[in-house]
Design a protein around this ligand. Structure first.
Ligand code: ADP
Ligand code: ASP
Ligand code: MG
Length: 413
């Protein structure tokens, strides 16, 4: 019998009534002749609640990360038990497992662990016995038995990993919207649900802030050829299939979507000497503090001195500023300035490879709305701009409309 992995996100399991609906969905798939392996998230905003408790304790040293994982992983344990009991009540044999009980083996990088191996023996035995295994998403164990988590949104990655090792027919990610849209449908009313999207584009969108799929889930699915579908747990529409470029019929779309993230801050070291080694002197200490740097811009020196700007995650802003103030003194720079009310907006599409003019049109649209671009970066299939956060939604709507993304047959612009 073919195996389907079904993952249900937080909003889909937000209450016992929601969990009953999820159970009915699982039973329907079984009636259609599939074995189902289930992955669930914590109920509703439970992980946010747990996270805010940790912030209240306010102890952010390295050794706290292990404890954060013990805390955050607890939300999923509630859901697996409630869903298993609900399935049993409906006459279906089911059994809950934490990541550790399955043995989803990871490295020890707490809060962002990577999966090394998945033991399929318990899952296979359950499937053979007609039992539905219900697995807690976003968690595993390291070789010492410590609980680890994969980073926020990581239940998608659990689902794809299980689908890969079980060679499932499809991995279905059930969420609170109909599928993958041209942009966040909660921000742009006219956003359109896509029938298909390539792994390459989906990976860009996910990495650039489209919260609908965890980026690692997308790269995993692409690497292990797992057919991946995003669909709604609230209705029966077919959702969006993530597919390989060759099979896709959508190569005519130049832009497939717009992604954005508010989780950004930028820092500038002003008046830096234009000599070799400066970038390393500035970014070395930042990276030593485990702070991820995203966009980097160094201006051409006009008078032998230049400005060096880069972006970090907003929650790293305070620490990065502290580090830079010290560095600025050491390298004799004029000052450090910063802005933590910025956002990054990106347009993604494989069609950009063969079509020029997307960037200039994008800049024109932003100019028409009097939105100042603070930074720009591009890749073959993406253009990203940093703008003031207060203009983010306006920019997303203006670009969505100017590029006619609501229209399926749009040839662009
Ligand atoms: P879940 O709890 O089911 O994992 P998430 O909140 O992680 O749900 O992801 C679904 C949300 O992603 C949607 O409610 C939507 O607001 C947001 N989102 C952002 N960009 C997109 C997009 N391009 N397509 C669909 N949803 C998107
Ligand atoms: N519950 C975790 C989170 O909210 C994992 C997930 O839902 O994917 O980030
Ligand atoms: Mg999610």
């Amino acid at each position: 019998m073919s195996i389907v992995v079904q993952k249900f996100g937080g909003t889909s399991v937000a209450s016992v009534t929601h969990i009953e609906r999820v159970a009915s969905r699982i039973l329907k798939t079984r009636r259609e002749g599939h074995s189902v392996v289930v992955v669930v998230s914590a109920m509703g905003d439970e992980t946010d609640r747990l996270d805010s408790l940790a912030q209240e304790v306010d102890y952010s040293q390295q050794e706290a990360r292990r404890e954060i994982d013990v805390l955050l992983s607890s939300g999923e344990q509630v859901t697996i038990s409630l869903l298993s009991m609900t399935l049993m009540k409906m006459g279906c044999r089911a059994k809950s497992y934490t990541g550790g009980q399955i043995r989803i083996l990871t490295d020890s990088a707490f809060t962002r662990a990577r999966i090394h191996d998945v033991d399929t023996s318990k899952l296979r035995a359950d499937i053979d016995a007609g039992v539905v295994p219900v697995i807690a998403g976003f968690q595993g164990v390291d070789s010492e038995g410590n609980i680890t988590t994969f980073g926020r949104g990581g239940s998608d990655t659990t689902a794809v990993a299980l689908a890969a090792v079980l060679e499932a027919e499809e991995c279905q990610i059930f969420t609170d919207v109909k599928g993958v849209y041209t942009t966040d449908p909660k921000v742009v009313e006219g956003a359109r649900c896509l029938e298909k999207i390539t792994f390459e584009e989906m990976l860009e969108l996910a990495s650039l802030g489209s919260g609908v799929l965890h980026p690692r889930a997308v790269s995993f699915a692409s690497k292990y050829h797992v057919p991946l579908r995003v669909l709604s747990s609230f209705n029966d529409s077919p959702g969006t299939l993530i597919t390989n470029e060759e099979n896709s019929t959508m190569e005519q779309a130049i832009i497939s979507g717009i992604a954005f993230t508010r989780d950004e801050a930028k820092l500038t070291v002003v008046g830096v000497k234009d000599i070799p080694g400066i970038a390393f002197k500035i970014l070395g200490p930042v990276s030593d503090a485990n702070i991820e740097v995203d966009m980097i811009v160094q201006n051409v020196a006009a008078d032998k001195s230049t400005d060096f700007t880069f972006t970090v995650r907003r929650h790293d802003y305070a620490q990065a500023t502290k580090i830079l103030k010290k560095v600025a003194k050491d390298i004799d720079a004029r000052e450090v300035s910063g802005d933590n009310k910025i956002a990054k907006l990106s347009m993604v599409g494989v069609g950009m490879r063969s079509h020029a003019g997307v960037a200039s049109k994008m800049f024109q649209v932003l100019a028409d709305e009097s939105i100042n671009i603070l930074m720009i970066s591009t890749s073959e299939i993406r253009i990203s701009v940093v703008i003031s956060e207060k203009y983010l939604e306006l920019a997303a709507r203006a670009l969505h409309s100017a590029f006619d993304l609501a229209n399926e047959n749009s040839e662009l612009a």
